[in-house]
Design a protein around this ligand. Structure first.
Ligand code: NDP
Length: 296
């Protein structure tokens, strides 16, 4: 069997188009421009690239982008004061604080200072609770992107066996919750899981969010399964730096029914879903209908 390749780059482009259409409508019909504020503390080069990309794509979709760069030594109280100002600013519908934060800051305290209605990363404890109880919430961007691709490929996910490898708060747990909300039978695996190979082999949907290059071989994949590879790992091979996922793509693609590549799979969907969440947050703040197909 050769798997269908789920093209996240192309899918993300369609999400951005939907976002842009909705933004244009919000401006024309309601005089509202969705705005996303991104806060970066410190000079981490990878974070700077992410923030630049987010700002660029926000503007390309017709939204307003507000970037706030603070030096690494910024006192936590100053960051909290900035968040309070952004919470109160009617031009800002989404707030994202780029993680990781410098060591002297308490990330939980900072994230929970964001107005849950503007928490477009979906990390605020209220949004975690709402998602966990199957209520309307802001959904973390990476799992939302995975869900969109799964729904597009399968239609209904009801009754399927889903295995999520990884239990982080930003990917594994919300992914498992979303799949549960879709009526999948969900197993969450992690570093203490016994016989991970057997657990993975039971999966109709296998989501890998581990952070270990090519850890999951094709032999662990059930024939015909859908494999979503969230991992982004930089490795040296043949004297070159290469990006690979948590799944061994070549062997898994020979067995799976469908698979996301790395790069070009889940990665591009994450920023697209951040834009989608910003439009959703804007619509909710105005009491307007939410964009179709852009929420969980
Ligand atoms: P974390 O390091 O926070 O979590 C990794 C999880 O994997 C943990 O739950 C850990 O288990 C589990 N794990 C580690 N080793 C093993 C093992 N040998 N067997 C089974 N489980 C194991 O990572 P994140 O969730 O933040 O990210 C996961 C991957 O996804 C990374 O490669 C990251 O770069 C990528 N990522 C990609 C994004 C995108 O946009 N595409 C966005 C976010 C992340 P335990 O809890 O027991 O320690």
């Amino acid at each position: 069997m050769t798997a269908t390749i789920i093209d996240g780059k192309a899918f993300a482009a369609t999400v951005r188009e939907k976002v842009a259409v909705h933004v244009a409508r919000l401006k024309a019909d309601h005089g509202v421009t969705p705005g996303l504020a991104v806060v970066l503390v410190g000079e981490d080069p990878a974070s700077e690239v992410y923030v630049r990309n987010k700002g660029k794509q926000t503007v390309e979709c017709g939204m307003a982008s507000f970037e706030h760069k603070l030096v690494a030594e910024t006192p936590e109280a100053d960051l909290l004061a900035l968040i309070a100002r952004l919470n109160a600013d009617p031009a800002v519908h989404g707030i994202l604080v780029q993680l990781p934060l410098p060591g002297h800051m308490n990330a939980d305290k900072v994230i929970n200072a964001i107005d849950p209605a503007k928490d477009v990363d979906g990390f605020h404890i209220s949004n975690v609770g709402l998602l966990g109880t199957g209520q309307k919430s802001m959904v973390p961007c990476t799992p939302l992107g995975c869900l969109m691709m799964l729904r597009d490929h399968h239609g209904s996910l009801s009754g399927l066996n889903a295995v999520v490898v990884g239990r982080s708060n930003i990917v594994g747990k919300p992914m498992a919750q979303l799949l549960l909300n879709e009526s999948c039978t969900v197993t969450i695996a992690h570093s203490r899981t016994k016989d991970l190979a057997a657990v993975c082999r039971g999966a109709d949907i296998l989501v890998a969010a581990v952070g270990r290059p090519e850890m999951i071989p094709g032999e662990w994949v059930k024939p015909g399964a859908t494999v979503i590879d969230v991992g982004i790992n930089r490795i040296e091979r043949d004297g070159k730096t290469k990006l690979v996922g948590d799944v061994d793509f070549a062997s898994a693609a020979a067995v799976a029914g469908a698979i996301t590549p790395v790069p070009g799979g889940v990665g591009p969907m994450t920023i697209a879903c951040l834009l989608a969440n910003t439009v959703t947050a804007c619509c909710r703040s105005q009491g307007l209908a939410e964009p179709e197909g852009l929420t969980a």
